[in-house]
Design a protein around this ligand. Sequence first.
Ligand code: ATP
Ligand code: MG
Ligand code: FE
Length: 340
Amino acid sequence: AAVLGLESSCDETAAAVLRADGTILAEAVLSQEQEHSPYGGVVPEIAARAHLEHLPRLVAQVMAKAGLGYGDLAGVAATSGPGLIGGLIVGATLGKGIALAHGLPFVAVNHLEAHALTATLPGIVEGAVRFPYLLLLLSGGHCQCVAVEGVGRYRRLGTTLDDAVGEAFDKAAKLLGLPWPGGPALERLARQGDPAKVPLPRPLLGRPGCDFSWSGLKTAVAHAVARGAATEQARADIAAGFQAAVAAVLADRAAHALAMVPEATAMVVAGGVAANGAVRAALSGAAAKRGLPLVAPPVRLCTDNAVMVAWAGIERLRLGPTDELGHAPRPRWPLEGMAA
Ligand code: ATP
Ligand code: MG
Ligand code: FE
């Protein structure tokens, strides 16, 4: 038996087919970077239209690649929140249509749960990850520390008071004149910079708990750019200083979060920011101090994808029969509401 997964909550259109044991039979992701980059960020209406245009073709493509007909499926899972409502409606409606037409169970997947469970997909990280673990969800739309105690059992330990960390990367990159999405470009620029040249604030460092705040750091980057960013070297120094500040704060917050989950077996990262080398190094240092591994799925499974959606669907179907055709997509859908 296999499950079809659909993802359309933000700016990635994705479909995947997984066998119930987690084997990936087919996967496809289309990034909408080119559609949104002239606007410097995701435009919801453009995103929804792009999902509508591309998702049906991606579904046909992964089904053909998997060599399956719809009748062979054990279920259809589609991201049904949180996210941009237009895109959610496109993916959830297509998923429900396929499920209804072929008499299959439909699973309304919470996007955050899908990120949270990715590390438990068999064979994608070295050694099995066991519950409970600490999840750091570091993406363009989310920035939170979550204790993952089991499927459907999540405890949010801390979150951002303002921007998500990927958003902070994107805003800092924009101030430095880099194209959107800025994270990868900023990391490249930072390689030629001296992180000690332009000292920048490290918001909430050392404070109790594991909340985040990035707006003060972003403002400091704006001031640093205003003081002098005429040369490539000056911009690289600011980029390096910014990245070092983010990495130091993340390591500090992650250490606090680990102390709140003494039973944790690992620190797991998800979200596009997990691709950042400096961030990974800082987090793995914080984990090592408690004798724990940092577990990072491959980047293609850290950013938005449908493999994780199909996997969350498989886990949900394992818990019992589901019939969620009546589920309305939710722009906001916190993980705590996910009790299995
Ligand atoms: P959501 O938050 O709903 O999961 P998203 O599309 O905003 O969706 P992702 O696709 O997981 O999030 O990640 C994109 C973010 O990750 C962007 O903000 C991008 O700048 C950031 N990012 C990607 N690569 C890097 C990198 N190497 N360094 C820093 N940030 C990065
Ligand atoms: Mg994205
Ligand atoms: Fe995501």
